[in-house]
Design a protein around this ligand. Structure first.
Ligand SMILES: Nc1ncnc2c1ncn2[C@@H]1O[C@H](COP(=O)(O)OP(=O)(O)OP(=O)(O)O)[C@@H](O)[C@H]1O
Ligand SMILES: [Mg+2]
Length: 227
């Protein structure tokens, strides 16, 4: 589904965040990107979601090189990806269900269908009881779940999340990961960056380790080599 070939990302200050990343992610996979702070995880996710472009190398999605798309085509692509980023802002003057409904409104949906889809998304993350609450009245973990509901309300086939368990205690991190696992079990491709490897649901998941802008390890490649 997603194939990166020799992807380099150099920021304008000359810093090379990615120094030649090559990897393949198949449809329906659940992949964790790990690595210490500054390893390039967020950069990699922004490139895969079309938020930024690489300096060189190719990124293809279903065989189409997204690095050559126009800005408007990239914007359309992004609408079909469920993005969960840590700095995603929730609108504090709208309630939980209105926040979760935003991507549907952008897509031009309204009425009963919109309400039903929002209700399903909130139920998937366990926030159905707080639909009318303000995001300000939610705990950090509940806000994170609202961001996940907003990301999946449009039923994307690909979900990309950057540190979705950051700042949450371990028990709660597992609750969040279980939500992603439930999407994965319905065939959705899930890519999650996480520096806290203690919370990883090992050994069943594929883990790509980034080290200084390069892929230093791929649990799947290693296990198939061992066979
Ligand atoms: N917009 C930017 N301009 C310049 N340098 C940047 C920019 N964004 C990231 N970097 C640098 O690129 C490197 C990789 O950053 P990135 O945010 O991808 O790391 P990360 O693995 O997500 O780290 P963390 O675990 O702290 O979130 C870092 O050295 C960072 O300082
Ligand atoms: Mg990061």
């Amino acid at each position: 589904m997603i194939a990166l070939n020799a992807v380099v990302k150099r920021y304008p200050d000359g810093h090379e965040a990615l120094r030649g990343v090559t990897l393949d992610i198949e449809d329906g996979e659940m992949v964790f990107i790990t690595g210490r702070s500054g390893a390039g995880k967020s950069t990699l996710l922004r490139l895969m979601s079309g938020i930024e472009r690489p300096t060189s190398g190719t990124i293809s999605m279903h065989g189409r090189d997204i690095t050559r798309l126009s800005s408007s085509a990239l914007a359309r692509l992004r609408r079909n990806i469920g993005l969960v980023f840590q700095d995603h802002q929730l609108l504090t003057d709208r309630n939980v269900e209105e926040n979760a409904a935003l991507p549907l409104r952008v897509a031009g949906l309204y009425g009963k269908e919109l309400r039903q889809r929002v209700a399903i998304a909130l139920e998937k993350v366990g926030l159905q009881g707080q639909a009318k609450a303000s995001p300000l009245a939610l705990s950090g973990g509940e806000r994170q779940r609202l961001c996940i509901a907003r990301a999946i309300v449009n039923r994307p086939r690909l979900v990309i999340a950057d540190e979705p368990t950051g700042h949450l205690d371990k028990g709660y991190a597992h609750t969040i990961l279980d939500i992603f696992k439930s999407f994965h079990s319905t065939g959705v491709t899930v890519i999650i960056a996480m520096h806290d490897t203690d919370s990883l649901p090992l050994p069943e998941s594929r883990v790509l380790g980034l080290e200084d802008g390069l892929v230093g390890g791929d649990s799947e490649a290693e296990s198939s080599e061992a066979m």
